[in-house]
Design a protein around this ligand. Sequence first.
Ligand code: SF4
Ligand code: SF4
Length: 438
Amino acid sequence: MKKALKEPLDMFCYQCSQTAFGNGCTIQGTCGKKPTVAKLQDNLIFAIKGISAYNNLVNKMGHEDKEINNFLTNGLYTTLTNVNFDVENLISLAIEAGKINLKVMDLLKKANIENFGEPTPSEVEVGAKKGPGILVTGHDLQALEELLKQTEDKGINIYTHSEMLPAHGYPELRKYKHLVGQLGGPWFDQKKIFSNYNVAILGTTNCVLLPKDSYKNRMFTSGVTKLPDVQQIENFDFTPIINKALELGDLEEEKDKKTITTGFGLSTILSLADKIKELVEAGKIKRFFLVGGCDSPIPQASYYREFVKNLPSDTIVLTLACGKYRFNDLDLGDIEGIPRLIDIGQCNDSIVAIELATALCDLFEMELNDLPLTIVLSWMEQKAAAILWSLLYLDKKDMLIGPILPAWANEDITKYLVDTFNLTPIGDPKEDIKRILS
Ligand code: SF4
Ligand code: SF4
């Protein structure tokens, strides 16, 4: 039994009536499907889930794209029983998923900017203010905006949590004075943070956890997000959560609050382009690192803090998504006014990082893979899979990935990723830095 737990299954498929022993095909399919095909189908479904998460936000903001919708339908149909057994085609579809994901992230970025303005850096206080509160987690900025409108002049403080932190960078959200700060860090601290602060809580997207009994009567969800025994907000009518926040009463003011900075939009960073060029040419900035993605509670994720902590002072760290919480309390200082830690935003703001990389290519007249830029990814769920394929679609080489290798990558798929893109698993942080900088 122990051995079975340790050894990965070659595959697992139980989608049709021919499934082995009525349970699941685990070595190869009764239909002839081989493990690599099964895993590539799973990978495609994961990328499609990631794209769908972004597309859902885009659609909610009134935008629709035929190419994206067609890809989602065709991609899913491809994984149906007895449709596609072609490894090369399934890899092409994964690469195409990366392209489509770029398109959906771009649409989402444009919709966000259209509605809330382009982000500019904002210092965010972490901790409670005196007064009743509502804590908002997830990625849905539109839900946050509606809540801010409906709570204006009600004496309720609104806080962000996890991936909602970058909301503070958007001028049309920041203008609400009762958007007061942030409580907690990445998604997986929510049981502790939601228990500690006696406020009403709104979960807008992933990542929500099954709530503890101690706070589930003050938790609410909106959109696709749903939890058992937790009230769902319909049509952005936040009356129940507002009433709950007022009923719960005041939080006490916390002393000695720290601040974190978020909201570096593309325009802000590009306004520093001349200075960045000068510093790179003078050898004062040696390399850029994009260290970001999802955070997860597994021990291997401590790598990312150690990695950033050990980077030399002539490097710049760009970050995004909740992986930033591994190190965004570190004071990395600046290089002649250029901050060494630049938080670009949510996971979907990977598109901004990509636009920035393109701008750097123009600035230094270099190809993407010749730039002094290393990408160190952390992944947890399926949006990160879609983003990984976007970077592979752009043919970005030499990326590091962790905290563990995706389980859909068997030996064949890993070999393809290593041979084609030199995608490397994270190792020892100091050794990795030494190798990259040598
Ligand atoms: S589709 Fe093929 S691999 Fe999947 S359950 Fe049916 S027979 Fe097995
Ligand atoms: S970055 Fe990933 S893990 Fe983090 S909250 Fe967003 S979806 Fe969840």
